[in-house]
Design a protein around this ligand. Structure first.
Ligand code: URP
Ligand code: ZN
Ligand code: ZN
Length: 475
């Protein structure tokens, strides 16, 4: 019997702290050795010239959510997780959404049932709380946190999700007591409605109106309000999908005061701008809808501010905020109401498969960040922030054998035809990258190679997590 099931030989192992030439030995789906000269294995993979990275963890993706009447999300669990695997990811974290007036437990159970048996990569489920009733705050949420659903997102905008300030404070209070991790979508609801009404009255209904209805000040104000609420409750929160200079400044200010504010950004805020929402060609005035997401991408100056925040350690994670809709589809971006006003264009863009190559190319290949920062921002910090560490997120004995073999020199042009998601477009069509995932290994199994997915749906598990007892504050 060989000592190892799998040996990955001759690569450069990259973690959040180290870059070393070493082999990786795998047994029973776990890493059991990181050392030189590992050879006695049932299967040997030659990783010469390649980086061995922790498998990507994407802690903010939307899969198979119900966006409301007449609109359908473009990915189910099978298609989203196969795209994730091809893009170098081994774990993703989507959201079970509580419907207003409905049960949070019911939403979580139904969502988990949808995921079971369908996933190519492991999945850990966050919750979205849209209706913090007495039953939710008193019973459902504490019980769900105890059952391993240890994180949730709250929204400061969207008609069917927005929480008012009192509700945010009540939810934060319960999160602190139970030790749950809270993600905050920081955009101000009333300001967006006011601006949207005025834009529509002035006849500005194009997709670009979306950017005008959600300027940076709207995100800055909400970020500051969320930070203040978190300070009152003494709760660490994560401000997600931070889009530009103004919100980054608020977070930097809060962190400098010693507040426990964490932050996430996404490749769209580093590479796209509001100009994309003006459309790519005069022949298709709706093309800008392909880029409609919230918050909207900003401008070159904001991109630089976010890069600077990444380099200064203000950001903990880079996620995709994958929220896929088809473009040329009456149930997607071109739904009949969406053609009448930007207000009805489903928000979100696909990005689960392109997050790592776009961020690697713009970050590492262009010399903006180190390899170790890349590992931290795309895997390790996600695992640490959301209760998956030390099972996932690094390369050391005891961790799941979730690894991405990465060719740092491979050049590729991103095109819809090479991707595996359910959308009919990518916002990064024609985008040239240097650096590409050539093999994704999950639990010691090769699940994708050279953009071909080799696993079957159902290989990935739905994971339970546990809160760190130090985060539970009682009271
Ligand atoms: O536009 C976006 N980001 N849609 C997904 C939902 C959210 O707010 O993250
Ligand atoms: Zn959001
Ligand atoms: Zn999102």
């Amino acid at each position: 019997m060989p000592e190892f099931d799998l040996a990955i030989r001759g690569g450069t192992v990259v973690t959040a702290s180290d870059t070393v030439r070493a082999d990786v030995g795998v047994r029973g789906g776990r890493i059991v050795a990181v050392a030189e000269g590992i050879a006695d294995a049932a299967r040997v993979i030659d990783a010469s010239g390649l980086l061995v990275l922790p498998g990507g963890i994407d802690s903010h993706v939307h899969i198979a959510q119900d966006p409301g009447p007449g609109i359908v999300m473009a990915d189910d669990f099978a298609s989203a997780t196969q795209a994730a695997a091809a893009g170098g990811n081994t774990c993703v974290m989507p959201f079970a959404v509580q419907p207003r007036g409905g049960s949070l437990r019911g939403a979580v159970d139904a969502y988990r049932a949808k995921a079971e048996g369908q996933c190519h990569v492991d999945v850990a489920i966050h919750m979205i709380i849209s209706d913090p009733s007495e039953a939710v705050l008193g019973q459902e949420l504490p019980a769900l946190v105890a059952d391993g659903y240890t994180s949730f997102k709250v929204f400061m905008t969207y008609d069917d999700l927005v929480l008012n300030d009192r509700q945010l404070l009540d939810v934060f209070h319960v999160a602190r007591r139970e030790g749950a991790r809270v993600m905050v979508h920081a955009e101000g609801y009333d300001a967006i409605r006011y601006l949207s009404d005025r834009l529509e009255r002035a006849g500005e209904t194009r997709p670009y109106g979306h950017a005008l209805s959600r300027p940076e000040v709207v995100e800055r104000e909400a970020a500051h309000r969320a930070i203040s609420h978190a300070e009152l409750i003494d709760l660490p929160i994560v401000i997600v999908h931070v889009s530009g200079r103004e919100a980054t400044e608020q977070i930097a200010w809060a962190q400098a005061r010693g507040l426990k504010i964490r932050a996430e950004t996404c490749p769209q805020y580093l590479t796209l701008t509001a100009e994309h929402m003006k459309g790519l060609g005069l022949d298709d005035p709706m093309a800008g809808a392909k880029y409609v997401c919230s918050p909207p991408p900003r401008d070159a100056e904001s991109q630089e501010a976010v890069w600077s925040g990444i380099r200064r350690g203000i950001f903990d994670v880079v996620s995709s905020d994958h929220s896929p809709f088809r473009y040329d589809d009456p149930q997607g971006k071109l739904n009949p109401r969406g053609k009448t006003s930007f207000r009805w264009i489903p928000n979100g863009i696909p990005g689960i498969e392109t997050r790592l190559p776009v961020f690697f190319s713009e970050g590492v290949s262009k010399g903006r960040i180190s390899l170790n920062q890349f590992a931290a921002l795309t895997a390790t910090n996600h695992a640490k922030m959301y209760g998956l560490y030390p099972r996932k997120g690094s390369i050391a004995p005891g961790f799941d054998a979730d690894l991405t073999l990465w060719d740092p020199n491979k050049r590729e042009t991103i095109r819809q035809e090479i991707l595996h998601h359910g959308s009919d477009y990518t916002p990064w069509e024609g985008f040239d990258v240097t650096g590409w995932p050539v093999m994704t290994i999950a639990g010691g199994q090769v699940i994708a190679e050279d953009s071909r997915v080799l696993s079957e749906p159902g290989r990935g598990r739905v994971l339970d997590r546990a809160v760190d007892p130090a985060e539970r504050r009682g009271g």
